[in-house]
Design a protein around this ligand. Sequence first.
Ligand SMILES: NC(=O)c1ccc[n+]([C@@H]2O[C@H](COP(=O)([O-])OP(=O)(O)OC[C@H]3O[C@@H](n4cnc5c(N)ncnc54)[C@H](OP(=O)(O)O)[C@@H]3O)[C@@H](O)[C@H]2O)c1
Length: 297
Amino acid sequence: MTNRREFLRGTGAAAFATLAPQLSVAAQRKVATRRIPGSDERLAVVGLGNSSVFRQPDSGASKQLLQTFFEHGGGYIDCRGDSAFHVAAVAKTLGRSNNAFLGGYFNGGDPAGSETTAQRLRAIKGTKSLDLMHTVPEDGVPNWDVFRRWKDDGLTRFIGLARHKATYYEAMMKVMSTGTMDFVQVNLSPLETEAEDRILPMAMEHGVAVTTNRPFINGRYFPIVKGRALPAWAVEFDCTSWAQFSIKYILSHPAVVCVLTETSKQKHLLDNLGGGIGRLPDEKTRKKMRDLVKSFS
Ligand SMILES: NC(=O)c1ccc[n+]([C@@H]2O[C@H](COP(=O)([O-])OP(=O)(O)OC[C@H]3O[C@@H](n4cnc5c(N)ncnc54)[C@H](OP(=O)(O)O)[C@@H]3O)[C@@H](O)[C@H]2O)c1
């Protein structure tokens, strides 16, 4: 009988599997999905942030990144500013408009300008409604009634708030308490855990989908874990890299629907997608993960 090693050698995949186990996992499978509370829609649990290749924009690199992302079941892309037009156009070129779930940013203080932007984005995407119109609670609670109207009018299917610091949580909680918010995006990682106490329990209570930013603290996580071996128990939840360690930590909270990860590199994207595949840690292991990473910093 051919064993696994012989099979890999026969298919020419041995070197690939040895060099990059995390790539081979992601290459074979699609990321898991979770239901958006209050709807029948599902989202892939690993999303893409506003990558520098979208911001520049670099069409060739964006195309490659999005192609890989969609091939592995990816959907949610967080887009700020003109990136949204670029990503929508590339997704259309790839024939993936229906796979792309765009989280765009809009200004409730400028309804007319925002509506023009939304109509333009809708035309590029070629869909009846936008996916998610959200805003940043920069100066306290935003003009939320405008967002509710956009949803009622069918301009968008979902509305929400998104920011990356605990100083914004109060405004987020105020809007959440109205029971009219679909999505909240907050910072969360083994090193930034405050949302677990303040935002996530309330989101679960109100049926709000949680998405997260800063899984790698905007890149600062990697120098902290550099040169350290993953703990042996990471295999218990199918984790093969420090990037996946953070992603799986975040996803093991039941309130989280999608982790937004920012990268400009195929290799990192495949690594990150691997974080949305396989088993997840339990509550006891979560605590161990948090304590371990915090002990490094
Ligand atoms: N609404 C808001 O106020 C707000 C605020 C902050 C962030 N966000 C959203 O959240 C997204 C993610 O958060 P973030 O910007 O803080 O970035 P992040 O995902 O925490 O970190 C990105 C950095 O990590 C590196 N990286 C990614 N995957 C890697 C891997 N597998 N191995 C090694 N390095 C890796 C990237 O470099 P490479 O490009 O070289 O891979 C980049 O330097 C943003 O893109 C944005 O869409 C929203």
